[in-house]
Design a protein around this ligand. Structure first.
Ligand SMILES: [Zn+2]
Ligand SMILES: [Zn+2]
Length: 143
């Protein structure tokens, strides 16, 4: 991990009240360099060669902690796998039925129900998602 990323990861952990540890740094560091919505298995497979004592349980528990503290978000788009996202600015997600990849979509505030605040309601989380076929899979289907 280069020093810029290292200090950004440390900053984010501290900002969200998470005590830094080697594994937490590595997991959040991976997240902050991979904005493709990885799952536990992907993160574990990428990190275990560098951190032989890492377990899948540690990866899972760390992601849960980071999510609870607001450092990352959990993307509930896929029934089989939970995807995680280090981009915690509200945005929508699109999952491809064919390749299973999860893409970022912009939220056009005025087009969503979230623009209309209901009196007495407090929103603490929002999940906006679309499913279909991505550009690559859609192009392959037409051929
Ligand atoms: Zn696709
Ligand atoms: Zn995202």
């Amino acid at each position: 991990m280069d020093t810029v990323v290292h200090s950004q990861v440390l900053d984010r952990l501290q900002k969200h009240g998470v005590k830094p540890s080697a594994h937490r740094m590595a997991i959040l560091g991976y997240m902050m360099q991979h904005y493709n919505h990885p799952c536990v298995d992907e993160i574990f497979a990428a990190l275990v060669p560098h951190y032989p004592t890492l377990s899948k349980t540690t990866v899972y528990n760390t992601l849960q902690l980071l999510e609870q503290q607001g450092a990352i978000i959990e993307v509930d788009i896929d029934k089989k796998n939970t995807h995680y996202d280090a981009d915690n600015v509200p945005h929508a997600h699109f999952m491809c039925h064919q390749c299973g990849r999860v893409f970022d979509f912009e939220i056009k505030e005025k087009n969503t129900i979230f623009a209309k605040k209901k009196a007495g309601f407090v929103i603490v989380e929002q999940q906006v998602y679309y499913k279909g076929y991505c550009k690559d899979c859609n192009a392959a289907k037409d051929n």
